[in-house]
Design a binder for this molecule. Sequence first.
Ligand code: NDP
Length: 245
Amino acid sequence: MLEYQAAKDLLKNKTILVTGAGDGIGKAAAIAYAKHGATVILLGKTVKKLEAVYDLIEQAGYPTPAIVPLDLKGATEQNYKDMAETIEEQFGKLDGLLHNASLLGVLGPFEHITMSTVNDVLQVNLIAEIMLTKAMLPIMRKSESASLLFTSSSVGRQGRAYWGEYAISKFATEGMMQSLAHEYEDTVIRVNSINPGATRTGMRANAYPAENPQTLKAPEDIMATYLYLMGDDSKDVNGQQLNAQ
Ligand code: NDP
């Protein structure tokens, strides 16, 4: 998939919401989507990071993005409903949603798991995803062709020792993806998941502190699959688990 070449105007006239758009893979995806013509809604926790991405997109001359500062850990169902209303007022519809924001939690023996970390990881990686998806589906139905994209991991497809709550959250995400893909198969909304693979970000460095980051692909290097799944070239792809590398 790394060799897929997205047309310059692949995402023209599309509005796409990216979570965790201030850093790492989400930042690269937001910029790649804007570069291919989309109006991107940048959702994230740290406003400064979102503003920096906003500026990069503006300076490059891509469509003006929007910023939604939101901490997925504390957000309520009402916050997501209000967000959907605002998006509908401003854009009329939503054509794409990339669930990208995640917490790694603490890696280690299962017997050392703490429930406060479990709660945080499941809140951000799963419960927030459920609430955001539920709120956005009605405005995604208004699109001619919408893509709902979840971010998984290799440990969301095959469990691994010491990956505790993070692996659990990614398996649940894959399950949600499959259920939604089945439920929405006769609609304009397709639902898939992507495993970015080892990528040079802060999260990866936390998980593998001894690794040389220069041996890894940068987020910008893995955007082909992110573009493919967001654009209409993947219109007939539904319920699939793709790898970006
Ligand atoms: P980063 O840690 O670099 O970025 C995560 C992003 O999520 C940040 O923008 C962060 O915002 C945001 N985020 C975290 N918590 C919250 C919150 N409570 N509310 C709002 N936003 C939040 O991670 P990556 O770019 O590496 O990961 C992106 C996705 O890819 C994740 O789903 C991850 O699980 C997955 N993945 C990554 C791999 C890798 O090798 N990098 C491998 C496999 C999967 P802020 O900076 O403001 O905290």
